[in-house]
Design a protein around this ligand. Sequence first.
Ligand SMILES: Nc1ncnc2c1ncn2[C@@H]1O[C@H](COP(=O)(O)OP(=O)(O)OP(=O)(O)O)[C@@H](O)[C@H]1O
Ligand SMILES: [Mg+2]
Length: 337
Amino acid sequence: MQSITILGLETSCDETSVAVIRDGKLLSNIISSQIVHEQYGGVVPELASRAHQKLIVPVVNEALAKAEVKKEELTAIAVAAGPGLMGSLLVGVNFGKAFAYGLGIPFIAVNHMEAHIYSNFIDEPTPRFPFLNLTVSGGHTQLVLLKDEFQYEIVGETKDDAAGEAFDKVAKMLRLGYPGGPQIDKFAKQGSTNAIKFPRPYAIGNDFNFSFSGIKTAVLYYLRDNKLRDTVIQEQLLADICASFQSSVVDVLVQKTIRAAKHFGVKDIAIAGGVSANSYLRNEMRKAADQSGLQLFIPKFEYCTDNGAMIAEVGYRKCQRSMFSPLNVTAIANLEL
Ligand SMILES: Nc1ncnc2c1ncn2[C@@H]1O[C@H](COP(=O)(O)OP(=O)(O)OP(=O)(O)O)[C@@H](O)[C@H]1O
Ligand SMILES: [Mg+2]
């Protein structure tokens, strides 16, 4: 079989990331996180695209150098074409198309949400089809049934905030900085999950959809009623709020994922996206999967948030199937799975 070497580009939000995969083996995965947004408490789209413009060439060069691969050895270029911020996506997509055209090799447009799922395929062992994936990221909360390679059925989604968005908004209320998910995870370790009873909205009907805005509002009301807004919260109480909020979100995610896995009769489940880096979610999902006889797959930490490796992984698999994209493909901010 002919050797396949893929360059994967990820610029959908505030990470400029480039990876090289050769014959299924990850050779490099360079992630340059843009720190400029921290001072604004969230990603500023215009600043993100400008930073991608500056970073894309150096990060591509670094990824190739680390992999010890010359650009002439590349088989195809894979790029996240959406969903994401339009200005950010355009940098990766246009660079990728021009690079592929210049090298005379195929271009592969990759859906960023499909790539999050495939972060579970970067290292062995990998889930077996059919399996159920819970994607929990900054912009999405999706339960996806993968019937086979590249065959998706979204069986549940959030009706309001994404899980990561809820973490970030609550962290903002607690003045923990941006992105808030990792901070809540850190403080929660010293807190009690039972300290404060926040709601756990299990059932919007009997489906597999989610809703997190109620939990977020409950935290807001708790802070207001206890006169904790715009004050420095005592350390143990802060830890208790974080642990109680986090367990509300995680309990719902775990309960619905296990219920859906049983409903659809799968043996393997996986989690992906930035919130899958959450230590409490990883532990609780592991316990629940073990109790239910399900095999759980969790990506390494560096593959949870946005990265080029997951794009290259999808690119590698699409290249094997000659699933190439025409050069008139463009970025789509709200691209669906
Ligand atoms: N340890 C953690 N605990 C909870 N949340 C976390 C943790 N680490 C990261 N996150 C959250 O993950 C989110 C970022 O994930 P990701 O990079 O996958 O999202 P995105 O790419 O912005 O959104 P999308 O993939 O939906 O377009 C942020 O909301 C961040 O707070
Ligand atoms: Mg993402």
